[in-house]
Design a protein around this ligand. Sequence first.
Ligand code: NDP
Length: 436
Amino acid sequence: ERRNPAQPEFHQAVREVLESLAPVFAARPDYADPAVALVERLTEPERQILFRVPWTDDRGRVQVNRGYRVEFNSALGPYKGGLRFHPSVDIGVVKFLGFEQVFKNALTGLGIGGGKGGSDFDPHGKSDAEVMRFCQSFMTELYRHIGEHTDVPAGDIGVGGREIGFLFGQYRRVTNRWEAGVLTGKGQGWGGSAIRPEATGYGSVLFAAEMLKVGGRSLDGLSAVVSGSGNVALYTIEKLQQLGANPLTCSDSQGYVVDEKGIDLALLRQIKEVERGRVSEYAQRRGPSARYVPGGRVWDVPADAAFPSATQNELEERDARTLIANGVKAVSEGANMPTTPEAVHLFQSAGVAFGPGKAANAGGVAVSALEMSQNAARATWSAERVEDELAGIMRSIHAVAYETAERYGAPGDYVTGANIAGFERVADAMLAQGVI
Ligand code: NDP
């Protein structure tokens, strides 16, 4: 903490991973040998890039934001991870996300390293032209650090298809290269993959289904609470409905909606994706089955399964107590680190199946890697093919996390299983590649 002051999210992420690695260090002393400093190397990013992003708003005033790209670890492949545009972004947030990404990407079994980036720019309330000028300025610096064999950014909070389009356009312009593999989450007409927008939400639901299957249950007929109303939340809701579950809620940073009839996804998508509106408008337009609760906690709504899909530390100890008291059976993290360590502990002690983001939300980055494969081969796969691959990858992530937890004496503990399995793969590659 002395080396990285004022980075609480980064400390939280590192502490959580290192605590669960104790059994692996006991079994494999070569990993813990101070002479090779593996942990010190793993917790220090390979490269951190900070830059000024000046842009002109619609009133002709110059605004200045800060841009970040943390290239954390490339032992397994080019750095891979999203860009986040949100006022809360600082170096500690980007480092926490990049650190998590290293293990998540390893867990997919694919050839991708870990990185993350973004800016404290807030896209809310900005015109399309302002977002475009910001993205162009951001890429005017970032382009020199990325490339299909070096570092491949994607979307995250505040960065969706629109922003990836503006970023890709500027990359192409300043490099004079059609290099599709430099960014993922592109539009399907120009190098994007089918199912990429859906992948994180779909994957999180498939992971929950796998966890429930271990206990002889399925999602069919279960009720669910979902937080957020962005990319991950929308497709979590869609896949839940496809599998016969009933998602009752969605939220944004101002409040949540509970809909007794289940969320009307077409209406929610119209408001969020087309009009870029708020969830309060959903309640106004849906009719009497829906209620808007300003400033409330979505976790107060009783349900069989919970899908935190908004942001970090959004599900706290008291929320976990409420969910457990209401009989929740499974929690699957669509967002990154949405559940506080105290809340994770409560779920695990109560026997609730808990899927950590590193495993449960890895579907997004996995399909991003499939997008890179398609770009490298100049091929376009069908939606059916990509969805089959995604389902296979989620099953395999579940199996690896489950089996690793058993092997290290922590059956059913997917946190331990995912952390150890991801760590082993990265650690072995780093040891084999020497002191770098
Ligand atoms: P979006 O920007 O599409 O949506 C984010 C949603 O979360 C919005 O509803 C937003 O509400 C809400 N939200 C954001 N910040 C806060 C906050 N501080 N408090 C309350 N609500 C908040 O992002 P994504 O859906 O892409 O990402 C959601 C989560 O999933 C993040 O943790 C991200 O890291 C993770 N993730 C995303 C992946 C992807 O493929 N996109 C892959 C893996 C993980 P509002 O509009 O009011 O801000």
